[in-house]
Write a protein that binds this ligand. Structure first.
Ligand code: SF4
Length: 392
């Protein structure tokens, strides 16, 4: 990746180093902090200021993260007023640096005030329904909303797509969506590393529709050669044959993310999760046999004290029955009880007590401890998936 550096000295700020990379522009004040990163369209992506990490979403919200006592990660969304002040400071610096260096490559950083940022967020909202969630390794994907919503939408703990009827887009509508996305991202599209077929269950679409979508994506020449990734419910994987999955793999499908949540059938039933543990195990086997990597998402803390032991034992057994290896990912996602969720009401009625964050972390540690990789020489990646840190 090519990197070019400029420097300027600003009164009241000091030395600012400017790194112009193929995908982003970084401003580094003094000894590299504070620092700000912008995409090539001039949108602030993130910043590091006074020990706090900031991420800005395309919807113009700003998430702050920092290390709290004992190194435990803390996070908070800035209020709209705080976000506006934070962004004003970032763009004031960008404006001054662009003026001082007079480098045409920094022109995209200029002219962003609160109204322009709000207008940009409105453009984003015109192209996309809210991007509710992505796996952590896909935060920099180019989201393609080939479907909207979740085809099931009844898990008691999940409100990602509540109120969004499931809808499969026609190829012509998808072509328009891609054109709109390309226009919205502009030169910043190069920051996107992969294509994520959204929303929750796009691969449930019939094969003929999937083929047509892949034709549209190929014709659009949008991120040519980029791998395709998507969520899928385990129960639905069997709706396609091994030959059909292999065909999708040949056309770029790289990894499928399965929200398995638990290896305990009783807990899955209580969560109203479709399918059983055996479906998850079989789904991973089927995908892997077709040459598609798998990611299995396990929720920690879900089911509270009532299901804790069976959740750990069942999940270890299920994961150990899967042929997971290099390129696959097991995610541990701490359960977050959403306000007004059905889960919360059912748990209260059943006397299921929530686990503390520490107890949920211990559950993750216990599951990790019990894992026996299918091939010890090529274990899957194990990683944390904190939905409170998702931002697109
Ligand atoms: S957890 Fe997945 S399958 Fe269940 S409602 Fe949410 S998106 Fe749909």
């Amino acid at each position: 990746m090519a990197t070019e550096a400029l420097r300027c000295d600003l009164p009241g700020v000091g030395r600012v180093a400017v790194r112009i990379r193929d995908m982003a522009i970084n401003l580094l004040v003094g000894n590299e902090a504070p620092s700000y990163s912008f995409d090539l369209a001039g949108r602030l992506i993130g910043a590091f200021v006074d020990g706090i990490n900031y991420r800005r979403g395309l919807d113009n919200r700003v998430l702050s993260k920092w290390a709290g006592p004992a190194g435990i990660r803390q996070r908070r969304w800035l209020t709209p007023t705080e976000a506006e002040a934070f962004l004003a400071a970032a763009y004031d610096l960008a404006e001054r640096v662009a003026a001082a260096t007079d480098d045409p490559r920094l022109t995209a950083l200029r002219g962003w005030d609160a109204a322009a940022l709000r207008a940009d967020a409105a453009r984003f909202a015109a192209v996309y329904r809210p991007v509710s969630i992505l796996p952590p390794d896909q935060y920099l994907a180019l989201v393609i909303q080939a479907t909207e919503g979740c085809s099931y939408n009844q898990c008691t703990f999940c409100d990602f797509y509540r109120g969004r009827p499931f809808r499969i887009k026609a190829p012509a509508e998808l072509a328009m969506h891609l054109a709109d996305a390309r226009a919205f991202f502009g030169p910043a599209i190069g920051l996107r590393k992969s294509l994520f077929l959204a929303d929750a269950n796009a691969l449930v679409a019939p094969m003929n529709r999937l083929r047509a979508w892949l034709d549209v994506i190929a014709e659009a020449q949008i991120l040519p050669g980029a791998g395709i990734y998507s969520f899928m419910d385990a129960f639905d994987v069997h709706r396609k044959s091994a030959a059909e999955w292999a065909e999708l793999a040949a056309r770029g499908l790289r990894r499928v993310y399965i929200g398995m949540e638990s290896g305990d059938d009783a807990l899955l039933r209580w969560l109203r999760k479709p399918g059983a543990v055996a479906d998850g195990v079989a789904a991973v086997r089927l995908l892997k046999s077709a040459g598609i990597a798998a990611s299995v998402i396990i929720m920690t803390g879900i089911g509270g004290d009532r299901y804790a032991e069976a959740h750990i034992c069942g999940t270890i057994a299920a994961l150990n029955a899967m042929p997971l290896g290099r390129g696959d990912i097991v995610y541990f996602s701490p359960f977050v009880d959403q306000p007004d969720s059905e889960y919360g009401r059912l748990a209260a009625a059943a006397g299921v007590r929530p686990l503390t964050e520490t107890a949920a972390a211990a559950q993750e540690a216990a599951i990790r401890h019990g894992l026996r990789p299918y091939d010890p020489a090529q274990p899957p990646q194990l990683s944390r998936y904190d939905i409170r840190e998702f931002i697109y």
